[in-house]
Design a protein around this ligand. Structure first.
Ligand code: GNR
Ligand code: NI
Length: 177
């Protein structure tokens, strides 16, 4: 049951740019299993390798209600995006407790490889389209709060730093007992 540690904003490692996957071996399959388990446990509808400090172009998504339709995208590319945009109230496992509106293309066509290195394409809309774009941003080192105004982003950073300080203080109290 190896759950991977999810990096939290503003960790600078979240801004690393992921490299393409070139080797499709047992290690890759194990990483996919661990990332899927981590995503389901969180729980989240997607997870990018960058969030677990693995800087390779790999993401897992499951937007199904029953959480039984895992989709794996390796070296994903957006080959078409609609002119039509949609706003979605996004959240991120790396920015817990923060939700805000982000505008993105409503539909995208994505080309990617599966765990065996076989190419496929997906035509996505709705939450899946949002999620694919959100996860692909992670691979480029981009976090959804970077779409928000500097004012909002600074408020989010201040809130996270305050929460972290309180967390550390509570841990200290426990240790002193
Ligand atoms: O679990 C998640 N939910 C979500 C909701 C709206 C828009 C995007 C997402 S992705 C997020 C998981 C995550 O942080 N993936 O990187
Ligand atoms: Ni995210």
């Amino acid at each position: 049951m190896p759950l991977l540690n999810i990096l939290r904003y503003p960790d600078p490692r979240l801004h690393k740019v992921a490299k393409p996957v070139t080797v499709f071996d047992a290690r890759l399959k194990q990483l996919v299993r661990d990332m899927a388990e981590t995503m389901y446990e969180a729980p989240g509808v997607g997870l990018a390798a960058s969030q677990v400090d693995v800087h390779e172009q790999l993401l897992v998504i499951d937007t199904s209600d029953a959480q039984d339709q895992l989709q794996v995208f390796i070296n994903p590319e957006i080959i078409w995006a609609s002119a039509e945009k949609k706003v979605y109230d996004e959240g991120c496992l790396s920015v817990p407790g923060v939700y805000d509106d982000v505008e993105r293309p409503a539909q995208v066509h994505v080309r990617a490889l599966d765990v065996d290195g076989k190419e496929f394409t997906v035509e996505a809309d709705g939450l899946l389209a949002v999620c694919i774009q959100h996860e692909m941003d992670h691979l480029k080192g981009k976090i959804f709060v970077e779409y928000l105004s500097p004012l909002k982003r600074n408020r989010i950073k201040a809130k996270i730093i305050k929460e972290e300080r309180e967390h550390q203080r509570d841990k200290g109290k426990l240790a002193a007992r």
